[in-house]
Each structure stands twice: as C-alpha cells, then as structure tokens.
Design a protein around this ligand. Structure first.
Ligand code: BTN
Length: 266
C-alpha cells in the first residue's frame, strides 16, 4: 500500500517521503497526535488498513473495517492562533471532495461541517484535532483525520448505519480502492495547505458551493435542547448562520445539525 501510494503521487512530491502505513491502528488520529507531540514534521501522513477505535466528532465511533475504507491522518504545523484555523475542517472537506472527484468522477457534497455525502447518505467524515503550545497558546500542531468508505456494500456497515451510510463502490462501476484514493487525497491536502491562509475567501466560497446544508430546514441539537431553523449562510470561519421563524439569525459554531431527509431522519 505504502509503495503504491508513493508511486502514484507526482514525482518528488514534498510529502511523498512522510507517508506511513500500518496494517491496523486503534485510530490514525490518536497515533498522529502522539507523533506530533514527539516532534513529527508537517506533512507526516498516517494511513491504516483498519482501525479498531476509529473516532468521529461528538465522541462517536467511525466504522473502519479492514481494507474497505481509507483511514488517513495528516499532521500540520501552522504557526498561528487557534482562532485563525476555524476554517481548517471546511478546507479539508473541500480538498477531500476534490480528491474523490479526481479519483472517481463523483462529486460528493459536504454536510456542515465535516461529513462527505452522496445523495442522502454519509460517504465519510473529517475529524480535526489541535494541540496547543501551553506557553504561548498558539497552535503546536493540527491533525486532520479523514475516513472515506470505499469498497463497502450495505451489509459491511453496522446495522444501525445501513440506511444512512454509503461507499464509493455503491456509486461507481469501477471500484476505487483506498490505495487509489490516498495519493489523490494527499495531493489535494498538500495544495489546500499551501493556500490555507492567503486564499481563505476562495476556500470558503468553494465550501459554500459544496455544502448541501445551505437553504435546508435543520434541527440543532445542543445538550438536551432541539431548535429548528433554516441554514441561511456560512461565515468565513465556517460558522453556520441559522435563521429562526421569528426572523432572528444566530451563528452555530458546533453541535449536531440534522437535515430532514438525510441519514434516515424524517
Ligand atoms: C466523523 O464522522 O465525525 C468524522 C470521522 C473521521 C474518521 C477518520 S478515519 C481516520 C481518522 N482516525 C480517526 O480515528 N478518525 C479519523
């Protein structure tokens, strides 16, 4: 896998020598954070054939069966304040959608803020984690973890996900393996990282263009409370603007947002 990925990157790719492959890991994000704390450089990429403890947002599990999905984490070392990185997950989403399009011709949408979707089902997700320097409060490292379902059929998913998850294989006649998608993703992330700060407006415009949440009736779950509104915009930090029935508009920065008709939600 590692050799196939490196061979498929453009020759002399700056991140080509930093790709690590593991047959099985608990979580590529957990391992990437350990390596980042130990000083691993920007561009370090960890790929696992399977994860025994794949993690998603909001403490959820990410189903990571052997050989069927791409499970990849990237270490970045942007020298900035955490507040300057609010758009990082959006940028990673745009790069991942581009990589899927380059590998398969499919054009996935992005469900705010970190899910890749095709139609009404989840194709994959992104988990971004930051490590801060306690002395300065600045970002020491960022780990971007990406999981994409490649070769699963419906019964490969846990039963509770079977009506809400999909894979590339369910949408393409020619199977796209994790090894075929990985080099496209590494290169798309490399190009995204090189424009992360000075092309923020263009990145966010691309995110808005792919974001299927915009214009939809949504439910926002925070703690025990559920509020309903319309997703009316996305600000340049990736915050979701929600318009409520009384005309007020609020920015939602985190939390669970459900869209009627998606993931089996009626
Ligand atoms: C989500 O669905 O909320 C995000 C899922 C992110 C999954 C990827 S797989 C590679 C990396 N390692 C993890 O444990 N999580 C991310």
């Amino acid at each position: 896998m590692k050799e196939t990925v490196i061979r498929s990157l453009p020759p002399g790719h700056p991140w080509g020598q930093s790709v690590q492959y593991y047959h099985t890991l608990d979580s590529t994000n957990t391992q990437a954070k350990l390596q980042a704390r130990a000083g691993a450089p920007e561009g370090t990429v960890l790929i696992a054939g399977a994860q025994t403890g794949g993690r998603g947002r909001l403490g959820r599990q990410f189903s990571s069966p052997e050989g069927l999905g791409l499970y990849l984490s990237l270490i970045l070392r942007p020298n900035c304040d955490p507040s300057d990185l609010m758009h990082l997950t959006c940028a990673a989403g745009v790069a991942t959608a581009e990589a899927v399009a380059a590998a398969t011709g499919l054009q996935p949408g992005i469900k705010w803020t970190n899910d890749l979707v095709i139609g009404t089902r989840k194709l994959g997700g992104i988990l971004t984690e930051l490590g801060l320097d306690p002395a300065t409060g600045k970002v020491d490292f960022a780990v971007i973890g990406i999981g994409i379902n490649c070769l699963q059929t419906e019964t490969d998913f846990p039963s509770e996900l079977q009506n809400m998850a999909c894979s590339l294989k369910m949408h393409t006649p020619v199977p796209c393996t994790p090894a075929m998608l990985a080099p496209k993703l590494i290169d798309a992330l490399y190009r995204m990282n090189s424009r992360l700060f000075f092309e923020k407006a263009a990145i966010m415009a691309a995110f808005r263009g792919s974001c299927i949440t915009l214009g939809k009736e949504i439910s926002i779950l925070k703690g025990d409370s559920i509020r309903r509104g319309t997703a009316s915009g996305i600000d340049d930090s990736g915050g979701l603007l929600v318009t409520f029935s009384d005309g007020t508009v609020e920015t939602v920065a985190s939390g669970e947002v459900s869209i009627r008709g998606m993931y089996g939600y009626v």
